[in-house]
Write a protein that binds this ligand. Structure first.
Ligand code: RI2
Length: 325
């Protein structure tokens, strides 16, 4: 082993491969797996000194980070675990890493239900909620409102191209919530019947912009025009601390086949190659803070413009790559 290439535990490599292949997916699931992997690295390390141990942890963090650098819960989990590790010996560092990872995982397990309780306070008995895509954070608010005995109805946008609205509809029906499923283009027509737009987030930037499934920003503009409040449910692992220093968030561009099947493509082009025809399939868009009424987190609800204060409290000043001091 050289100092340039410290050992990464096989379990860490496996976790990294699972995230890269999206066998492990979802903000909280990724964050939990990453914390677990760092704890495992600490447990199995055979490093013979403090520096070697730290180098192994950094290498493990880097391996995990490079799988999906734009999934913001991943660097956030790494930052949280690595930030609090102090000790004069390998044994002390090992214990500190494991404790820190366990604390993070315990907090994570509580965060969504706390967020749900806070979000539920915005929902009144009899309210109708319009949803976009499938967000477990957004659904936690409805679940908690139901547990409080409130009757809630939902207008569920199907959410092209992958139709994750179907998962939302299925979850809500399991809980007994009356659901009206609509195509995305019907949103403006049905906003007249809605008391809230309720969405999740993939990332939240320092200025309070919300990066969420493509179509969210258009929905938020229409909701503002109709006077329907827009509520975003997002655990704090979705806050993007790098944006405090002006970094922008990369928007994932996905496969064109999600939009247009092979046979549909033949219908349009007659099976010919056409260099002047293309399909654009961005996964997310950016909703500016002026179109968002509240961001609900496990630490309370915030106007989007003040989310940067919470970001600074939780993550400190950004450090660039999560394993760098
Ligand atoms: P939770 C989804 O993206 C949606 O955009 C949703 O709002 C967001 O993730 C957050 O979901 P994708 O995974 O973490 O469908 O709240 O690309 O479950």
């Amino acid at each position: 082993m050289t100092t340039e290439e410290p050992a990464v535990a096989p379990a860490v490599a496996e976790t990294a491969a699972d995230i890269a292949a999206m066998r492990t997916r979802g903000a909280a699931t990724i964050a939990d797996a990453v914390a677990e992997a760092l704890a495992t690295q600490a447990r199995v390390s055979e490093a013979d000194g403090v520096e070697a141990f730290r180098a192994e942890l950094r290498a493990a963090a880097q391996r995990l980070y490079e799988t999906r650098p734009t999934a913001v819960s991943l660097p956030n989990a790494l930052r949280y675990v690595l930030r609090g590790i102090d000790g004069e010996t390998v044994t002390a560092l090992r214990t500190a890493t494991i404790d820190r990872a366990e604390q993070f995982q315990a907090d994570l397990a509580q965060a969504q239900s706390r967020l749900g309780e806070i979000g539920a306070n915005r929902l009144r008995d009899g309210d109708v909620v319009m949803t976009h895509c499938h967000s477990t954070d957004a659904l936690a608010c409805i679940e908690s409102a139901l547990a409080d005995g409130k009757a809630i109805e939902a207008i569920v946008k199907e959410t092209r191209p992958r139709k994750q609205g179907h998962i939302t509809a299925s979850d809500l029906r399991e809980w007994g919530v009356p659901v009206t499923l609509i195509v995305d283009n019907a949103a403006r027509r049905y906003l007249d019947d809605a008391d809230h737009v309720l969405v999740g987030a993939d990332a939240i930037t320092a200025d309070g912009s919300v990066i969420n499934k493509i179509g969210t920003s258009g929905l938020a503009v229409m909701a503002r025009e109709r006077g329907v409040p827009v509520m975003v449910a997002a655990q704090t692992i979705k806050l993007h601390p790098d944006t405090m220093t002006g970094h922008s968030v990369e928007i994932e561009l996905r496969d064109e086949r999600e939009v247009l099947t092979e046979s549909e493509s033949v219908e349009i082009l007659g099976g010919e190659d056409d260099p002047e025809f293309s399909v654009a399939n961005p996964a997310f868009d950016v909703t500016p803070p002026r179109h968002v009424d509240a961001i609900v987190t496990e630490h309370g609800q915030f106007p989007p413009e003040s989310i940067v204060t919470l970001m600074r409290d939780l993550f400190g000043e950004p450090t660039g790559r999560p394993w760098e001091p």
